[in-house]
Design a protein around this ligand. Structure first.
Ligand SMILES: Nc1ncnc2c1ncn2[C@@H]1O[C@H](COP(=O)(O)OP(=O)(O)OP(=O)(O)O)[C@@H](O)[C@H]1O
Ligand SMILES: [Mg+2]
Length: 601
């Protein structure tokens, strides 16, 4: 469950043991995807084997028709020719029917596997803790859901049946060739030597090139996603030119490596054709001599030539899909890596219900570190009695948001426990935890939908009356009424776009509606102008009246409504008291407050 494992996902230098582990992991995933489809798989396999066998019968029937049927025809015996013709037709029909069967079956299997995998990926990444999402970039998550799943889809849709069918076809063809004419079988056997060498050469070269091509295309996606998600910073800092150069470099790399791949095919395909044609020519010439000597029927020679020629037919497709196979298996390895990640904040095994939380929060011997080598919050105890409003202040990077994330259980402490009404957060039923503790942050996220939908997120199924009352309570009602369609305005449509401060007001209304026992506001008022902040503050006093609250704010005006102030520095709480006590004292907060007072006049 290591996040470091995830971060190393795109690296290539795995040790033997690690590679074996990764392969085992993706085999396990494949097994779990395919096991519900066992019956369909068997049916498909049988259809492929029988249809290949049926197709391979053709040349042998032609040989029979020529060598036995034509002489019989001379003696007015129609039967052998009619038999050969009818059998040819029937095997053709059976073959065609079975091809239809396995194409349908394999499509169903492929779709079932993909739906399963897609859903698992979505649900799993959604379930993973914040820790995962803070280290696994959105670009990489997007490649998992798009290009990786596509690679698997491509292989499953046609590649796999082509590979299996091609292989079956070659095996059956070789067997038939040996049966109808063993000496021609030797010619084919001899041609396998150069074919093997050529194929091995292709495999080795293509393996590393295909890998480079995949890495290059993944880099393209990541660069694209990063640029577009950070488009504001890109445009604000005129980074376009630099991005253009970077993107241009990546595009060029991708083109280069693909040109090299095509170069390989330019050697492999003609090489194979040459070997195939040579084998056909040798079979024809040697067979020709034997026909003249009377050792071989013309029909058998024709069959031998046809078999030899057909043996090489699927090779080209198989080489093409070797690439698909590699991409798909590497995609499966990466996907299995994500699916194997466990939430670092796991759901309790035996959850404790808490129907009506009082809001008593306690930190008991808590220590916290994001990574082992750097402790952010050294061991501390803290009790926040139910109903208290706490202002948490301190300089940038002091650890305020980290402390807040521990209360909301986005992270578990490295040591010690955080409790709500005496129950460890880790034991609390997730639904009770989410209902009891709500955290509102600076980046108030709005989902596509109307303003009302976004507020209702706080309490699914809330009536429109409740929604309006929540908006009124936090002072958001007025601006919402002013939007083109009021509460029904789509927040992602042009015209419905709301400002950062308005977004914050909406997320306040959302929190108000959720009515949690513990409310955490992490710089949730930072985007509001002073009048709006005042307005919110009036709402806030109402909102905070009967619940526990932790407010993190750089603006000290917000602190006025707090019962208690905590000053944090370097992960430690260095001052703790009522606003009046701290302002009256000589500590850090008194100095901060005096400076703030001065700035107001
Ligand atoms: N996801 C993370 N992984 C590793 N370190 C982190 C992570 N988030 C924060 N930190 C580190 O933890 C420390 C405290 O960060 P935190 O966000 O709690 O500060 P803060 O007091 O909220 O600051 P600000 O006032 O700027 O919001 C910082 O030194 C930061 O580098
Ligand atoms: Mg912060």
């Amino acid at each position: 469950m290591s996040v470091t494992g995830v971060q190393g996902e795109e690296r290539q230098d795995y040790s033997k043991a690690e590679s074996a582990q990764i392969r085992a992991r993706s085999r396990h995933l494949l097994g779990s995807l395919l096991s519900p489809l066992k019956a369909k798989l068997w049916l498909t396999a049988v259809a492929i084997v029988v249809s290949s066998a049926a197709q391979v019968a053709g040349p042998a029937l032609i040989a029979y028709g020529i060598d036995q049927g034509i002489p019989a025809l001379v003696e007015q015996n129609w039967f052998p020719v009619a038999f050969a013709g009818a059998a040819y037709l029937i095997t053709g029909l059976v073959g065609a029917f079975l091809i239809a069967v396995y194409i349908r079956m394999s499509a169903r299997i492929s779709q079932a596997v993909l739906i399963d995998l897609r859903t698992r990926m979505f649900l799993h990444t959604q379930k993973l803790s914040l820790e995962f999402h803070e280290s696994y970039t959105s670009g990489r998550i997007i490649s998992r859901q798009t290009s990786d799943l596509d690679a698997i889809r491509e292989l499953m849709d046609e590649g796999l049946t082509l590979l299996v069918r091609g292989l079956m076809y070659m095996v059956f063809t070789a067997i038939m060739l040996v049966i109808v004419d063993a000496p021609s079988g030797f010619v084919l056997l001899a041609s396998l030597v150069p074919l093997g060498i050529l194929t091995r050469w292709f495999q080795v070269r293509s393996q590393s090139l295909f890998r480079r091509s995949r890495v290059a295309s993944a880099k393209l996606i990541v660069q694209f996603v990063e640029t577009m998600t950070g488009i504001r910073a890109v445009q604000a800092f005129r980074k376009q030119k630099r991005n253009e150069a970077e993107f241009g470099g990546l595009v060029e790399d991708y083109r280069d490596v693909n040109a090299k791949v095509l170069g390989l095919f330019a050697v492999y395909n003609p090489g194979m054709a040459l070997i195939g044609n040579t084998a056909v020519a040798v079979t024809l010439v040697l067979g020709g001599f034997r026909v003249i000597d009377g050792d071989l029927g013309v029909g058998v020679l024709l069959a031998a030539v046809l078999y030899t020629k057909r043996f090489f037919d699927p090779m080209e497709d198989m080489a093409m899909f070797y690439n698909g196979y590699q991409s798909a298996s590497s995609a499966l390895e990466k996907i299995s890596g994500v699916l194997e990640e466990e939430p670092s904040v796991p759901d309790p095994v035996t959850p404790v219900d808490l129907w009506n939380a009082e809001g008593d929060v306690e930190f008991d011997g808590v220590e916290f570190a994001y990574t082992k080598d750097r402790v952010i919050l050294p061991r501390f105890d803290l009790a926040i009695p139910a109903g208290q409003t706490i202002a948490l202040v301190g300089s940038t990077g002091a650890g305020k948001s980290t402390l807040a994330k521990l209360i909301a259980r986005f992270y578990d402490p490295s040591d010690g426990v955080v409790t709500l009404d005496g129950i460890a957060l880790a034991d609390l039923h997730p639904k009770d935890l989410r209902r009891a503790i709500v955290m509102v942050t600076q980046e108030a996220y709005l989902f596509s939908g109307s303003v009302a939908d976004n507020i209702a997120l706080g309490k699914p199924g809330a009536s429109s009356d409740e929604i309006v009352r929540a908006a009124m309570a936090v002072g958001a009602h007025e601006f919402i009424e002013g939007l083109p369609n009021g509460y029904d305005t789509d927040v992602n449509k042009r015209g419905g776009r709301v400002s950062a401060g308005q977004r914050q007001l909406i997320s306040f209304a959302r929190a108000f509606l959720a009515n949690p026992a513990v409310l955490i506001l992490d710089e949730a008022t930072s985007s509001l102008d002073i009048p709006s902040e005042r307005l919110v503050q009036e709402g806030l006093t109402k909102l905070l009246a009967d619940r526990t609250a932790v407010i993190i704010a750089h603006r000290l005006s917000t602190v006025a409504i707090a019962d208690r102030v905590l000053v944090m520095e370097h992960g430690r709480i260095i001052e703790d008291g009522t606003p009046a006590e701290l302002i009256g004292g000589t500590g850090h907060f008194a100095a901060m407050h005096a400076a703030w007072k001065d700035s107001l006049v």
